[in-house]
Design a protein around this ligand. Structure first.
Ligand SMILES: NC(=O)c1ccc[n+]([C@@H]2O[C@H](COP(=O)([O-])OP(=O)(O)OC[C@H]3O[C@@H](n4cnc5c(N)ncnc54)[C@H](OP(=O)(O)O)[C@@H]3O)[C@@H](O)[C@H]2O)c1
Length: 400
């Protein structure tokens, strides 16, 4: 049975095929052309897995990387002939494997995107993020959420916050759970600290700003537009800096004059920070931009402060003056997504209305490639979401 746009199957039954946006090795390139609509077989769940009917799916930067095929092709990470991206979803559990006890068809869920083997010592005593088989679902695995059904490990299922619509519920998982681990568990965020948040109006940044507010820390959000500045203030940022007022970028093959100019711009940026914080340097720098910002992050971080980093949108080969690191005893902390416990703890804060989704533009299913192109071009604010099974916005929320 082929699945059309409008005919959801009976709960528990899986159609033979589904509509999905797929990337194939030969289509890798700009998102607008790399992701193509096809009818593909619906996977069956393994014993510890579930098939979820996707109601809405969040757009993340890893979909851009998957489309581009850089810095590494997803086809080097899994053996499927095609890649269905999408690491965030809200939906309905449709079918479960024989070992699954905690979830049943009909449960409304959101998903976290960490997969691991579940059997090793690291999974069972240390942290599933340390598992040698740890993978990001929808990036390092196929059968992500840009399809009518997706396949997940049952440990990826989390209760959908009842008060949220499908599109709101699909918007926050990947970026929020990542930001939670970075700030709460890796950097041990404390009340009263000053935190510099790069990209405060983006996916990760908008969640980092809210976490700072919730933990009574001061978020200093960096943005590139007035629209994103207003968003950050509304989310609780203590102050906002527009980065276009500073020339911080390190040019390849920098001349001594360019290096001198950049240094004076970094000092001016540090001075602006201290003006906004009442004379304090930042205790934590929330990093995910990489080469364009990292030298500044290390420079402006306080003595004994921490730069916590999870990504490198602008480039992953980082050059910085290490004297500012060792002389002032700063730390660089790597962080990657989050384990199931952290995801659950963070999700509870959404259920309790303490953290809000930051919904940007909402697109119909057919516009998945365009939404990724917008992200690639940095033309968005907050989180973009795709309606998949949900026929229109505003559905899925329950009262009480
Ligand atoms: N390891 C993980 O688990 C993990 C999880 C989530 C995301 N990531 C990575 O983190 C990065 C950000 O993800 P996201 O979802 O937050 O993306 P996003 O929504 O596009 O936000 C990124 C923000 O970075 C800022 N930015 C872009 N280029 C910049 C530059 N040259 N200098 C300063 N700021 C710049 C932009 O803000 P302004 O233009 O307003 O300054 C933008 O809003 C991506 O590379 C993603 O792959 C990693």
């Amino acid at each position: 049975m082929a699945l059309t746009k409008t005919d959801p199957p009976a709960l528990g039954a899986l159609p033979a095929t589904m509509r999905a946006f797929v990337i194939r090795p030969e289509t890798e390139g700009e998102p607008e052309t790399a992701m193509r609509l096809e009818a593909v077989p619906v996977p069956e769940p393994g014993p510890d897995e579930a098939i979820v009917r996707v109601m809405a799916a969040g757009v993340n930067y890893n979909g851009v990387w998957a489309a581009l095929g850089t810095p590494v092709s997803v086809f080097k990470m899994h053996r499927e002939p095609y890649h269905i991206a999408g690491s965030d979803a809200s939906g309905i559990v449709w079918k479960v494997g024989s070992n699954v006890r905690r979830w049943k068809p009909g449960d409304e869920v959101v998903l976290h995107c960490n997969q691991s083997c579940g059997e090793c010592a690291e999974c069972n005593g240390l942290d599933p993020m340390a598992c040698s088989e740890q993978r990001i679902w929808g990036y390092e695995t196929s059968f992500g959420s840009f399809a009518q059904f997706c396949r997940v490990q049952s440990q990826q299922l989390l209760a959908k916050p009842r008060h949220l619509t499908w599109e709101e519920a699909a918007s926050y998982g990947l970026v929020y759970f990542t930001a939670y681990r970075m700030l709460v568990d890796r950097a041990h965020l404390r009340a009263g600290q000053h935190v510099l948040v790069w990209g405060g109006g983006g996916g990760l940044g908008s969640m980092a700003v809210q976490l700072c507010r919730l933990y009574s820390a001061h978020a200093l959000a960096v943005v590139s537009s007035d629209q994103k500045a207003a968003l950050c203030r509304a989310l609780g940022a203590s102050a906002v800096i527009n980065r276009s007022e500073f020339d911080l970028r390190k040019h390849p093959g920098e001349t001594p004059e360019q290096a001198h100019h950049r240094m004076s711009e970094m000092r001016r940026f540090g001075k602006r920070i201290r003006e906004l914080t009442g004379g304090h340097d930042v205790d934590i720098v929330f990093e995910h931009v990489g080469s364009a910002t990292f030298p500044t992050s290390v420079f402006v971080c306080s003595r004994f402060g921490q730069v916590v980093i999870c990504g490198a949108t602008a480039g992953y080969n980082l050059e910085f003056d290490v004297r500012y690191l060792w002389m002032r005893q700063k730390s660089i902390i790597g962080s990657h997504f989050a384990n199931a416990y952290e995801c659950d703890q963070a999700n509870q804060l959404v259920i309790q209305h303490l953290i809000q989704p930051v919904l940007g533009e909402v697109f119909p299913f057919e516009e998945i490639p365009r939404a990724h192109q917008i992200m690639r071009n940095n033309e968005h604010a907050g989180k973009m979401v795709i309606l998949v099974g949900a026929p229109r916005r505003g559905l899925g929320a329950h009262a009480g």
